[in-house]
Each structure stands twice: as C-alpha cells, then as structure tokens.
Design a protein around this ligand. Structure first.
Ligand SMILES: C[S@@+](CC[C@H](N)C(=O)[O-])C[C@H]1O[C@@H](n2cnc3c(N)ncnc32)[C@H](O)[C@@H]1O
Length: 344
C-alpha cells in the first residue's frame, strides 16, 4: 500500500451523505425535465384565505390565564414547530410563518372536511392519526363535529394537544398516546385524518389499509409526495427519532404522488380526488412553500363514489408557475442523464 495516499473509505456510500446524494439526483432529474408536476386526479378547489380559523379567532375572547403564565406553559411543553395562536400576539411557535402555514392547512383541510360532510357534520366523528398538537381535531370539534379522537406516539405531543383542548375549552375532542398501528381496525369513524404521517412510517400499505377500514365516509391523506413519475417509495435514512415530529424509526419511506394514488385505490377507496387552493396557479401568493411547489399534497379517498359539484377534471391541468414547473422531459434528456450518471 502506498503510505502517502489517504486510506480508502470503508463505505463508498456513507449513510450520512444519503440525503445529499438524493438531492443531487433530483437536481439532475429536475434540470432534465424528469420531475414534472403531474395532475392525475379530479381536483376540488377550495378558498384558503389568511383569516384566522374559528378556534384560533375565539382566543381573543379568552382572558385567563394571563400572558406570562401562558408563555411559561408554552415553553414547558415545547418545542412546538406548529403555530397555533392562543390570543392575539401569543402563539405556540415564535415565527409568523408557522402560524401562516397552520392557517393555510386549516382552510385546506379542516374547512374541506366540514363542507364535504355538510349536514352530517354535527353528528360526525373523526379519528386523527398521529395528531401531534391535535390542531385539526380541535378545530373540527370546536366547529361542532360530534367527536374528534387524536392519537400520537409521543406523550409530549399528547400533552400539547390536551393543553390546547383545555385552553380553548373543547370537551368533544380527546387525545391519547398510542401507536396508530395498534388502533383496532374494527373501530369506526366517519372520517380519518391521515395527515403528515405517511412519510414518517415504514409500512405504508398497513397505514393506508387502516385509513380505509376505520372510515365510513372518507379519509384525508396529506403528505409529502415526491414527483418522480413512477409509483414508488423512496427510502430516507438518518432520521432523528428524538424529534417530536418524526416517526418511530430512523428510516422512513416517502411516497411519490403516483404511489399514494395507487395505494389508495389498492386498499379499496372507490374515488380519489385532490384538494388544492383556489385558484391554483401563476403568481398567487401561497404561505406554505411545500404545497406551493406541490411537494406536499392533499388527497381524499371516498369509500363510495360521490357527486361533487365543481370538481375539475384531471385533464384540465392548472397553470404551474415557472418556479414549480420542470422543463418538458425528452427521451434524449433521459438517455443523457443515464449516461452521465453511469459514467460517474
Ligand atoms: C409531522 S407530524 C404531523 C402532525 C399532524 N398530523 C399534522 O399533520 O400537522 C408527525 C407526527 O406523527 C407522529 N407519529 C409518527 N409515527 C407514529 C405512529 N406510528 N403512531 C402514532 N403517531 C406517530 C409523530 O409523533 C408526530 O407527532
């Protein structure tokens, strides 16, 4: 061995660099036009204003405890990562953007659940998988849903949800520390909220099957969805399981957009649609960049086909801003890419 040369690394693909390798791969794919934004489902377009949703707006009328006490409690329960306004000027997360994102998601998801249920809303029950802070359960319960049940892996998250429940005085929401894979598939709820968790787990089929089994009407699936135009799961490693927002394992499987659609039909949903803000398209100011780039999307699977007025057909693709669009893919682009990657 040549003593002067640096010792060869034992592992040519160090785990620590997995994310960088994937980012490099997607950067190349994007530059070759191989990560197009696809619209393969009928779309429901819903207004997503910046107005405070009902529960957070009600905080302005809650006088006690005083700000000092609340701030102390928020600190003790943190870190939060999600912005929920308790009263004007007092929020669970310090950055305005966290609150703007929560408001956006609330209009996109909670308001849509309410309007889809229509007159059945007041009698409906929902289960909130991996609820963390419990916001979606709380907002729906506050608006008058009969019951919302949230489950999360971590006691620290359930404590946050219970704190908000007490603060806003919401009796018809309950929270429990539980692995969602341990929920009884025989339990029945009108709606399943499968939000922000599909990309934190390692058994996507079982989770989607559970979503199907537990709901009697529909399941909302809100997730990171990668753009690779194939039905696949991408393995992400090195996850920090000490973080309150992560999954149980340091490995997780991230779905592509096509994988989520295929999986939802595979477990039995009869109709799958996408929910987007109205209007989606060029030059609109969206406070949540993941949805804006369509890296994160919200789909709804119905147990029975429904007739939804105003549903836009999949073929009518919305305009996509230059920031989000990938240049058109070409066969030559693909061949060049493979040649370059193989030659490395
Ligand atoms: C990114 S947060 C999503 C929180 C919330 N559903 C939302 O969409 O804002 C992911 C949550 O999933 C929870 N989680 C991950 N795996 C879980 C499991 N197997 N059972 C229950 N909760 C889980 C984590 O504790 C964390 O609170």
């Amino acid at each position: 061995m040549n003593q002067s040369s640096a010792p060869a690394s034992a592992d040519p693909f160090p785990l620590a660099e997995a994310r960088t390798r994937y980012q490099e791969w997607t950067r190349r794919l994007r530059s070759e036009g191989l990560l197009p934004v696809e619209f393969l489902l009928p779309r429901l377009e819903v207004p997503c204003s910046r107005d405070l949703p009902a529960m957070m707006a009600s905080g302005a009328r809650i006088a006690s405890p005083g700000d000092q006490v609340l701030r102390q409690r928020i600190r003790e329960l943190g870190p939060w990562g999600y912005g929920i306004q308790l009263r004007p000027g007092l929020c669970t997360a310090p950055h305005a953007v966290a609150l703007e994102r929560m408001i956006y998601r609330s209009h996109l998801i909670a308001a849509t659940v309410r309007s889809l249920l229509g007159e059945a809303f007041a009698q409906a029950r929902c289960v909130d998988f991996a609820c963390n802070h419990g916001y979606f359960s709380l907002e729906l319960a506050y608006q008058g849903m009969r019951e919302a049940a949230g489950f999360d892996l971590r006691a620290e998250n359930v404590a946050k949800a219970r704190f908000l429940k007490d603060y806003f005085g919401i009796a018809n929401a309950r929270f429990e520390q539980r692995d969602i894979y341990d929920l009884d598939p025989g339990d029945k709820y009108d709606v399943v909220l499968n939000l922000g968790v599909l990309y934190h787990i390692t058994d996507p089929y079982k989770l989607m099957e559970l979503s199907y089994k537990l709901c009697t009407r529909f399941a909302v699936v809100d997730s990171i969805m990668h753009k690779e135009p194939v039905s696949a799961f991408l393995q992400m490693v090195n996850k920090d399981t000490s973080s309150h927002a992560e999954g149980k394992f340091n490995v997780e499987l991230h779905p592509t957009y096509r994988a989520v659609i295929d999986l939802m039909y595979a477990v039995g949903f009869k109709q799958v649609i996408e929910v987007v803000r109205a209007p989606l398209g060029e030059g609109r100011d969206c406070p949540h960049e993941l949805y804006d780039r369509l890296d994160r999307r919200c789909l709804i699977g119905f147990k029975e086909p429904v007739d939804l007025p105003g549903l836009r057909p999949a073929a009518e693709a919305p305009p996509v801003s230059a920031r989000r669009a990938a240049p058109a893919a070409s066969a030559r682009g693909m061949a060049n890419l493979w040649r370059r990657l193989r030659g490395r």
